[in-house]
Design a protein around this ligand. Structure first.
Ligand code: ATP
Ligand code: MG
Length: 564
């Protein structure tokens, strides 16, 4: 295809492979042109950035093709699931900015229907109750090269199978005593086709169905049929389910489903550097207290990212940039950081905060005097208003912005040197005062009144420093978060190494910060640029009455790229 052809009006940018499939299906009139996707989380943990990718993909495709997306909880394993997770997932999907087709569905809504389907398969001779133990079954499964052995219970009569399934449902048997299996092919090269289990007995209380059921469907048995019952057209999942697709199809065939048939498509799951993403491992980090809960700002969970100061728009932009791949790959976490930086650079108000203070005294500025200096709230926003920053004789500046004995290219403050205080005046350092340990406690300066910001001046300085007036400063607890792992692939260590061996001991440092008064306007979750320092978001527990708390979302530049 030549380039001109690729740029027809209806096809301006190239389509990803799922969009191509959908467009072909629409053209072919498949499913009467309907597009209906679903996001099917298991409520056994909080959503993470990988789920966010799947959410953006499923909802995004439906939006693009005028379709619908269901939110369906895949709640088929009562021992690991809870309503706490259900509620958190609902909140996260909403927060990401997507609206599902009401109502919210649950695989457990279909337990009755699935049971009828199972009876139908038994009657067709396509399912049987098996009395083998889990161990026997696993031994008898064979290997991809070696066929498995058929269950001795494979040829039970329809009547016996129906009766046993009924008694399984009624709770007459213990866990592990019997299962229902599909009767497919123990010699299939695809292990998933070797008479897979459809139902197992679990005497467990379910968060929605209570004690009504003590047999629970396996993922493969529940999933495709739930898709069918909801009228899903494109069932999108990650690559590890590619081998399950023949089974997905087999169940639909065996149930004689011809019209309105869902189809499964696979894409490569999102993997991020410096991050672990499996819910099992995230649960470990929470339970073993490596982090402070699922919404710890170091967690790759949606709730953690939110608390860290990530915005829904930044996560959607990230998902878009990552695209849709057919092969496993590893995305650099700096791409995610880039997306939030870009968003906050455009949208976050600026404030000055000093996190490692040293006192600076302007000797020729009258004691007890103060003035308010105008500063633009957001220079990236043409409609930005101004904020007023109080200036006075005693200020804090950053300790690193002063050197007593600086190297040549140090353009910040040093004895005899001049710098500009942002939005204020040019100052010159005259003297320093030290304590008995030799640590600098005061920097004494002269200011030049005719250099007030906005005035014409012939004085030239190379450095501009941020500062805070001590008398007007608001104190805040500032949590300096960094990456949780020190290596790019914490799950791929040497033999005998565990992902927890790579936890970054410096992933959180708490300091006291001094901020200009404008910071009091912050609402929970709001992101700010602390000028020259980075982006920080007001924590959900931050409150002007009880104490301000800020979480570092991201530094101004990618410091990891250089330093490691
Ligand atoms: P995990 O492996 O992290 O425990 P999961 O696949 O067991 O996740 P589910 O709740 O079953 O979690 O996933 C819900 C949906 O999210 C599924 O459709 C799954 O394919 C998708 N999903 C999960 N992890 C990722 C990921 N890293 N990238 C893209 N999609 C994902
Ligand atoms: Mg899963």
């Amino acid at each position: 295809m030549d380039k001109a052809e690729n740029k027809t009006p209806e096809n301006k940018t190239s389509l990803n492979f799922l969009e191509q499939i959908i467009e072909n299906d629409i053209k072919a009139g498949k499913n009467q042109g309907r597009v209906h996707t679903r996001f099917p989380p298991e409520p056994n943990g909080y959503l993470h950035i990988g789920h966010a990718k799947s959410i953006c993909l499923n909802f995004g495709l439906a939006l693009k093709y005028n379709g619908k997306t269901n939110l369906r909880f895949d709640d088929t394993n009562p021992t690991k699931e809870s309503t706490e997770y259900v509620d958190a997932i609902i909140e996260d999907v909403k927060w990401l900015g997507f609206q599902w087709e009401e109502p919210i569905w649950y695989a457990s809504d279909y337990f009755g229907k699935l049971y009828e389907f199972a009876e139908y398969l038994i009657k067709k001779g396509k399912a049987f109750v098996c009395d083998m133990t889990a161990e026997e079954m696993s031994k008898g499964r064979g290997t991809p090269q070696m066929p498995g052995v058929e269950s001795p219970w494979r040829n039970r009569s329809v009547e016996e199978n129906l009766d046993l399934l009924d008694r399984m449902r009624k709770g007459e048997f213990k866990e592990g005593e019997r299962v229902l299996r599909a009767k497919i092919d123990m010699a299939s090269p695809n292990m998933w086709m070797r008479d897979p289990v459809m139902y197992r007995i679990m005497h467990a209380h379910h968060h929605r169905t209570g004690d009504k059921w003590c047999i629970y469907p396996m993922y493969d048995w529940a999933h495709g049929q739930s898709d069918y019952l909801e009228g899903i057209t494109h069932s999108i999942c990650t690559l590890e389910f590619e081998n399950h697709r023949p089974l997905y199809e087999w169940f639909l065939d065996a149930l004689d489903i011809k019209e309105s048939r869902p189809r499964q498509y696979e894409f490569a799951r999102l993997n991020l550097s410096y991050t672990v993403m499996s819910k099992r491992k995230l649960l470990q980090l929470v339970e073993e207290k490596y982090v402070n809960g699922w919404d710890d700002p170091r967690m790759p969970t949606v709730s953690g990212l939110r608390r860290r100061g990530y915005t829904p728009a930044s996560i959607r932009a990230f998902s878009e940039k990552v695209g849709v791949a057919k092969r496993e790959n590893l995305i650099d976490v700096s791409l995610l950081e880039f997306c939030i930086r870009e968003d906050l650079n455009k949208n976050a108000p600026r404030v000055m905060s000093v996190l490692n203070p040293v006192k600076l005294i302007i000797d020729n500025y009258p004691e007890g005097q103060a003035e308010e200096l105008p500063a633009i709230i957001n220079p990236e926003d043409p409609d930005s208003e101004k904020r007023m920053v109080p200036f006075s004789r005693e200020l804090y500046i950053e300790r690193d912005d002063f050197m007593e004995d600086p190297p040549k290219k140090f353009f910040r403050l040093a004895p005899g040197k001049e710098v500009r205080l942002k939005y204020a005046y040019i100052i010159r350092c005259d003297d320093v005062v030290k304590d008995e340990k030799g640590e600098i406690t005061e920097i004494h300066c002269t200011y030049f009144p005719d250099t007030k910001s906005g005035m014409e001046t012939t004085r030239k300085v190379k450095g501009t420093l941020h500062w805070v007036s001590i008398a007007h400063a608001e104190e805040a607890e500032v949590r300096l978060y960094d990456r949780l792992f020190t290596v790019s692939e914490p799950e791929n260590g040497e033999e005998g190494q565990d992902f927890k061996d790579f936890i970054n001991p410096d992933s959180l440092k708490v300091v006291k910060g001094y901020c200009e008064p404008f910071i009091k306007t912050a609402f929970a979750g709001q992101g700010f640029q602390f000028e020259r320092l980075g982006y920080f978001a007001a924590d959900k527990d931050s409150n002007p009455e009880t104490g301000l708390i800020f979480n570092r979302t991201v530094t101004l530049r990618d410091s990891w790229a250089k330093s490691r």
